[in-house]
Design a protein around this ligand. Structure first.
Ligand code: DI6
Ligand code: FE
Length: 431
């Protein structure tokens, strides 16, 4: 867990194949030419054909990539990773015929996770979330979004967001927090939805933002959650604090939430199974990312596929994320989500891979640091033992034996290192 003890990745990483579309080289790189990435002080400083590596780097330590494929560190741009308990009972209820909305209306669903989250201490929430995060990290995730939204009261939302920050520090991974106080109506506000939203805007969000716990603001805009007008009220409160917004939009019905979010320069609109032509057009002109969440689609046995062809035609960047949460997407593999995005939504492999790197980074406002192999960026990259990039989306249910460089350290896997390629081995412990 402590990446501080993992070996430094500084040096020349040779014998690499850079994943197409996910790098910017410093010298022209022919398809089959072996590539190298130079890392100094935990940043990538040069990438390109290894024969063209500048002489200034000749004396650095060498790490042999053994011909493996390299991608940027993966980015999971939509998760609800911090919560108490689990909801396997609801899984069984759905198998017996109950719908997600019926369970929610009967006091289960999100509200049952709220009860368990409120009952847990900060340390307990941390201990429960840590192994979940570790699963995602073991597959190459180097940046992750974590939402609040299972506390629904100031002290409990604070507890969730503090745990999210602590996880980032403990694991040496970039964590972006989203305040999702407007996720569901807490039971003590039954029948007083507007009073709750006023409290979210006037008390909870300003307090948590002042504590530095909020990187962005999200809302669940849905007929079982909050209205368009309430969503806009939360967005306006976010803007007053200088925060960017995102939206759970058109998951169960078309509320025209995406068009509203785009008008508020949203970083992303997420789920969007029922997205309208108007929503697509608004997102395209605002540069808002479409975040596809096939894990929730699959779990809910949804049949309404997001309008992929229209998003593609409009040039809306598409990201893919786990939506990890205890109700609708208890998924802990971002690679499995790429498989589902291809199989269920018909994304192409390059789209799916851009969806868990470049476009996911953009959905978090991290496009200048994450999601692309390029000089000047922090050293976050993954070496995969595969022949073709398509294998990253093709296999499912396996844990690939990858080598992970995160925040400039080799946190997983074994590489041959020395002053010459193939010299003595370096055997970092798994993170
Ligand atoms: N949409 C989702 O898929 C999750 N939240 C949301 O707004 C589900 C959250 C849950 O069921 O606990
Ligand atoms: Fe979600």
């Amino acid at each position: 867990m402590t990446p501080a003890h993992a070996p430094s990745a500084d040096g020349c990483w040779r014998n690499l194949r850079l994943a197409p579309g996910l790098f910017e080289a410093d010298a022209p790189l022919a398809d089959a030419a072996p590539a190298c990435i130079v890392v100094q002080q935990a940043r990538m400083v040069w990438l390109g054909p290894q024969d063209a590596m500048p002489a200034a780097y000749q004396g650095l330590a060498v790490h042999d990539g053994a011909g493996r494929l390299v991608t940027p560190g993966l980015v999971d741009c939509h998760t609800h990773l911090v919560y108490g308990g689990e909801r396997a009972g609801e899984f069984a209820m759905r198998l017996a015929g109950a719908s997600y909305e019926e369970i929610a209306r009967a006091g289960g669903g999100i509200v049952s996770s709220v009860r368990a989250t409120r009952a847990a201490s900060e340390d307990e929430l941390f201990a429960q979330a840590l192994p979940r995060l570790q699963q995602l990290l073991d597959e190459g995730v180097c940046a992750i979004e974590i939402k609040s939204g299972y506390g629904l009261a100031l002290a409990h939302e604070r507890k969730q967001l503090r745990v999210a920050r602590r996880l980032g520090q403990a694991c040496g991974v970039t964590v972006r927090t989203s305040f999702l106080g407007a996720h569901a109506l807490p039971p003590e506000y039954a029948g007083r939805s507007q009073d709750y939203i006023d409290r979210v805007c006037e008390e909870m969000l300003p307090a948590l933002a002042a504590e530095g716990l909020v990187d962005a603001v999200d809302v669940f805009c849905e007929r079982i959650a909050f209205s368009l007008a309430q969503t806009e009220q939360v967005f306006e409160a976010a803007h007053r604090l200088g925060l960017r917004v995102k939206l759970h939009a058109e998951q169960l019905s078309n509320m025209e939430g995406a068009a509203l979010a785009a008008r508020h320069r949203a970083l992303s609109c997420d789920h969007i199974e029922h997205l309208s032509a108007r929503g697509i057009e608004a997102m395209a002109s605002a540069g808002t990312v479409a975040v596809l969440l096939p894990g929730a689609f699959y779990t809910l046995r949804d049949t309404q596929v997001p309008p992929i062809a229209d998003l593609r035609a409009a040039g809306v960047p598409m990201a893919v994320a786990t939506d990890h949460n205890p109700g609708t997407s208890p998924a802990l593999s971002l690679l499995l989500m790429t498989n589902m995005a291809c199989t269920l939504f018909r994304l192409t492999v390059p789209e799916a891979l851009a969806g868990i790197t470049r476009h996911a980074a953009r959905a978090l406002g991290l496009e200048h640091e994450h999601g692309l192999l390029a000089a000047g960026r922090p050293a976050n990259f993954v070496l995969w033992p595969v022949q073709h990039a398509a294998e990253l989306a093709y296999w499912f249910g396996q844990k690939p034996d990858c080598t992970i460089v995160r925040q400039g350290r080799v946190v997983r896997g074994v590489v041959q290192s020395g002053n010459d390629p193939g010299h003595e081995g370096m055997h970092p412990s798994n993170s």
